[in-house]
Design a binder for this molecule. Structure first.
Ligand code: GLC
Length: 422
């Protein structure tokens, strides 16, 4: 650890302590005890990576709690309403939880899935601890939740994973998902629709039992999302590397070949030669690209399998372009050219306006470093740390000013600890 980072480490330790749950056999962190008093799947992946820099034992325990949530059919829920003191201390929070529970199963688990960054986190934990007993305890559930994505969510039959609700991308109302939602940001009525759409779609999907085949047939929202697929490709390679340590050689070759197939399909169907970047594909009956650029368009850099000449174009034409992503405050999720001129209402929606999310900074910095752009990776890391140190730990930051936004003492900025050695 570098000594000049001590303020961020101690702030991370404080924020994580405020959001820690260690009760009833569960150990995990809430992303924020006030706003999100539950276990969230991809958040726990970020927590484990952060905790490797504070207390690796706690990183292992958080992932063990998480993988224990995988259901028999392999569904890893986006959120689980585990009992915790944060809601007992504030009874009105229980009411809010009760209100959302209508959409959850009898275990308090959401029907949604999350991008499986927690599998990459498991590889990082194992690299550091070498604890085979721990790996043996999580291995079956880890494979089961990957297999669910590979077998049940290959809705287009091309190897990629389809999401059936925008929240399954982890990037709730990302402008890249608006075409598939049938929302035109310029129309007033559609703005209103966007507020209710997620809840209505959740209800509609529950009515069809979250059955991927039935939902593909209904074709309300079926998207080969970049965040989901890039993280899944990375997760498959992590699982393939872990497999021999779990004594499961068969899984190693299955996951490696599926990662290769997914990466090939992504190159074939999501790459836009003219734009020089990747876009998600949507519509199960007439598949087409949603040509809206966000930081997810750059995420193939994180897969470890992006074609070098395309990675070069992504970096030179978009990531390092001061008119798009390489602006004063790094890294806008929505690039300058897409968000300038956007309607003011988008600012109120998560992931839609001028926002910097530290998880994307972290994944893209890893991608830059792995593609040989060490200096640029360091610069992204340096500016992220400076922002987090100056502002504190916020849910996201304003990409015009670098100021913290919405929820304070939010856990994800802890990922900046993992960027220090870049
Ligand atoms: C927001 C984010 C989602 C995250 C959740 C809990 O809904 O968009 O990605 O998992 O909050 O932090």
């Amino acid at each position: 650890m570098k000594s000049d980072l001590t303020p961020i480490i101690s702030e991370a330790a404080r924020v994580y302590a405020c959001n820690e749950v260690d009760a009833g056999g569960y150990y995990y962190h809430m992303p924020n005890a006030g706003h999100y008093p539950s276990l969230f799947a991809w958040d726990s992946g970020y927590h484990a990576v952060t905790m490797l820099h504070i207390d690796p034992e706690k990183a292992s325990r958080e992932l063990e709690t998480l993988f224990a949530q995988v259901s028999l059919d392999g569904h890893m829920p986006h959120e689980v309403l585990l009992p915790c003191a944060a809601t007992r201390a504030r009874p009105w929070k229980n009411l809010m939880r009760w209100a959302v529970q209508w959409g959850y199963d009898s275990n308090g688990a959401s029907h949604l899935v999350d991008p499986p960054i927690f599998v990459y986190a498991a590889e990082r934990v194992f690299e550091q601890t070498g604890d085979r007993g721990w790996l043996a305890r999580i291995w079956e559930d880890l494979c089961r939740c990957l297999d669910y994505l590979l077998d049940e969510r290959d809705v287009f039959g091309d190897g990629l994973v389809a999401i059936l609700h925008p929240w399954e991308s982890g990037t709730d109302l990302s402008p890249q998902l608006l075409p598939a939602l049938g929302i035109d940001p310029a129309r007033r009525l559609d703005v209103l629709q966007s507020v209710f759409y997620a809840a209505l779609l959740y209800r509609f999907n529950t009515g069809l039992g979250w059955d991927p085949a039935a939902l593909a047939e209904a074709n309300r929202f079926v998207v080969e999302d970049l965040t989901m697929n890039c993280i899944t490709i990375r997760a498959l390679d992590s699982a393939a590397r872990l497999a021999p340590h779990a004594g499961d050689e068969l899984a190693a070759s299955r996951y490696r070949s599926r990662a290769a197939l997914m990466a090939e399909t992504m190159e074939r169907v999501c790459w836009d030669e003219e734009a020089g970047c990747y876009f998600p594909r949507w519509d199960a009956s007439k598949p087409r690209l949603a040509r809206v650029k966000t930081a997810a368009s750059l995420l193939p850099l994180f897969t470890g399998r992006c074609r070098p000449e395309r990675a070069g174009r992504l970096i030179a034409e978009h990531l390092l372009n001061p008119d798009e992503f390489w602006t004063e405050h790094l890294l806008p999720f929505n690039p300058h050219d897409e968000v300038s001129g956007a309607r003011p209402w988008v600012e109120k929606k998560l992931w839609a306006g001028h926002c910097i999310w530290v998880n994307f900074n972290w994944m893209i910095a890893i991608g830059l470093r792995e593609h040989g752009y060490a200096e640029e990776a360091r610069e992204l890391a340096r500016r992220t740390e400076a922002m987090v140190e100056r502002e504190g730990f916020w849910e996201y930051y304003d990409s015009r000013t670098g100021q913290g936004r919405r929820i304070r003492d939010f856990t994800w900025p802890g990922l900046s600890l993992d960027m220090t050695d870049m």
